[in-house]
Design a protein around this ligand. Structure first.
Ligand code: FES
Length: 152
């Protein structure tokens, strides 16, 4: 079965008809051409697919599109304002907080939620919040520094 869903992605309204099993990650990547969100495990274990839904961080691989009628989704593509990077994007560059870059969009979206929800009180708190985002290159120290920088 299929369903029609209207949702806003990075400020743009979309009405799509999708198979009821379509994940938000597949909607973004396959239907809307937004390939910034990555498919690592496709099972909720790596965080590479992290996006914001109505301001809350979710694993988009575990989120069904049919549940998102009326929702506002923000992906890595929606963070910059024209040529101006989001402060956390800039902080990742300043702190050299990536190596291969595959996990970076998910790390940044998770970090944005960490800052917005006020979980930056200590390094431990940031690490705990970010613990669902796996980095195979082991850039964790620099990622925490980047979140600290952007949190001010
Ligand atoms: Fe969604 Fe790994 S791809 S958590």
């Amino acid at each position: 079965p299929t369903s029609a869903v209207s949702l806003t992605v990075n400020g743009r309204r979309h009405t799509v008809t999708v198979d009821n099993r379509t994940s938000l990650l597949d909607l973004l990547r396959e239907h809307l051409g937004l390939t910034g969100s990555k498919k690592g495990c496709n099972a909720g274990a790596c965080g590479a697919c992290s996006v914001l839904v109505d301001g809350r961080r979710v694993n988009s691989c575990l989120t069904l599109t049919v549940r998102l009628d009326g929702a506002e989704v923000t992906t890595i593509e929606g963070l910059a304002r024209g040529d101006e990077l989001h402060p956390l994007q800039q902080a990742f560059i300043d702190q050299d907080a990536f190596q291969c870059g595959y996990c970076t969009p998910g790390q940044i979206m998770s970090g944005v939620a960490c800052i917005q929800e006020g979980h930056t009180g200590s390094e431990e708190e940031i690490r705990e919040w970010m613990s669902g985002n796996i980095c195979r290159c082991g850039c964790y120290v620099k990622i925490v520094r980047a979140v600290e920088q952007a949190a001010g």
